[in-house]
Design a protein around this ligand. Structure first.
Ligand SMILES: Nc1ncnc2c1ncn2[C@@H]1O[C@H](COP(=O)(O)OP(=O)(O)OP(=O)(O)O)[C@@H](O)[C@H]1O
Ligand SMILES: [Mg+2]
Length: 368
């Protein structure tokens, strides 16, 4: 089913948790909500599920006003981060639960439920686990069962709130691939919450980056990576080095920085900030360079250097340890820095990007 969310706001006490969310999800699409802790991801899912109500805004699903519908009438499949399966029920009974608790008139016959459960066990590749109890399952197996329980009711929409959050990286990767396959086979409209970038980009058709109750950017991996819409998205995507520069005829300049590979930007002359990832900053030994190495650590593959400039401040960067120039990367050495990739936002250090926000940011309702 297609979901259309407009101008949705939610406040808990004095806190604006959702500050005007506009989002459309197409039928059969898998969208990831990506954002730091506290950005409102779970609250948005709960509103879609009918477990929480917004203060204003609209939630329309296939032309029906869902804010008029109770949770049980929405047929949502919901998997939570720490999903408690019923510990006293076998995997089979857990899977059957959503169907067995339906009112008598809507409840399938016992044999139909049993057949459905067998089908799910097979489909989710957990047939060998049917008679086990949750305590006898690994974390990854439990989350597969949890997803099976959500799918058993043939949900109109599937909401997954960090379903793999508690599992280790290798299992997460396996489950991600498995979930993508399940999604392609069921074609259910799915919203997947995570704060893991890699997970979001690998799994989703589109990624929605949320920060402080607002949507900061919607796009695919390449667009969000290469063209962060705001300083917040840039930082969140790992461009953690922020250096003050001066714009002059569309070019960024600063003492000791080679910024010539950055494309010309239509920004007013004056102060701006360049945001770059530590690995996109290339140190170049130069006895006359204004940067000094003040710390150097190695993780084997990369050197992590911290450099200081008398006016621009500090920059932290990663450079391959085996690179030719790595021998010169010692404490107190003088350098220039080349920015191989970065994003420029207008404004001074305390207030980047005040003047022109990129056009793909939705206009937000001002809340009093
Ligand atoms: N029932 C509630 N009462 C009061 N405040 C709440 C309630 N639920 C959530 N909040 C607050 O709303 C904000 C957003 O919470 P939410 O759980 O939606 O964030 P999140 O993006 O899911 O974070 P996380 O990644 O940590 O799960 C937080 O500041 C939280 O403290
Ligand atoms: Mg949450």
């Amino acid at each position: 089913m297609a979901i259309s969310i407009s101008h949705l706001t939610k406040r808990f006490g004095q806190t604006d948790v959702l500050r005007g969310i506009d989002l459309g999800v197409e039928k059969g699409e898998l969208v990831a909500l990506l954002g730091p802790s506290g950005s409102g991801k779970t609250t948005l899912l709960k509103i879609i599920a009918g477990l929480e109500w917004p203060d204003s805004g609209r939630l329309v699903v296939d032309e029906a006003d869902w804010l008029q519908l109770a949770a049980q009438d929405r047929r949502i499949g919901f998997v939570f981060q720490h999903y408690a399966l019923f510990p006293h029920m076998s995997v089979r009974d857990n899977l059957a639960f959503g169907l067995t608790v339906r009112p008598r008139s809507a409840r399938p016959a016992k044999a139909v439920i049993a057949a459905k459960v067998e089908e799910l066990l097979h489909f989710l590749q957990i047939s060998h686990l049917g008679d086990r109890y949750p305590a006898q399952l690994s974390g990854g197996q439990r989350q597969r069962v949890a997803l099976g329980r959500a799918l058993a009711i043939e949900p109109s929409i599937l909401l997954l709130d960090e379903p793999f959050g508690a599992l280790d990286a290798a299992i997460r990767r396996d489950l991600r691939r498995w979930l993508r396959g399940v999604h392609e086979a069921t074609g259910s409209t799915t919203i997947f919450v995570t704060h893991d970038q890699e997970e979001a980009f690998e799994l989703a058709d589109r990624v929605v980056v949320m920060g402080e109750g607002q949507i900061a950017q919607i796009g695919d991996a390449d667009a969000i990576h290469d063209h962060p819409a705001t300083p917040f998205v840039a930082r969140f995507m790992g461009a953690t080095v922020e250096l003050p520069v001066t714009m002059q005829s569309g070019r960024a300049r600063a003492d000791g920085l080679d910024l010539t590979v950055l494309p010309r930007r239509a920004l007013p002359d004056g102060p701006a900030q360049v945001f770059a990832r530590p690995e996109d900053i290339i140190p170049q030994p130069d006895p006359a360079g204004p940067w000094r190495i003040i710390s150097r650590t190695s993780n084997g593959a990369n050197l992590r250097l911290v450099l200081r400039h008398p006016d621009l401040g500090e920059a932290e960067l990663d450079t391959p340890r085996r690179a030719v120039a790595a021998d010169c990367m010692i404490a107190d050495a003088s350098m220039r820095l080349r920015i191989a990739f970065g994003t420029i936002f207008p404004g001074d250090r305390r207030n980047p990007a005040p003047a022109s926000e990129p056009e793909n940011i939705p206009q937000l309702e001002k809340t009093p």
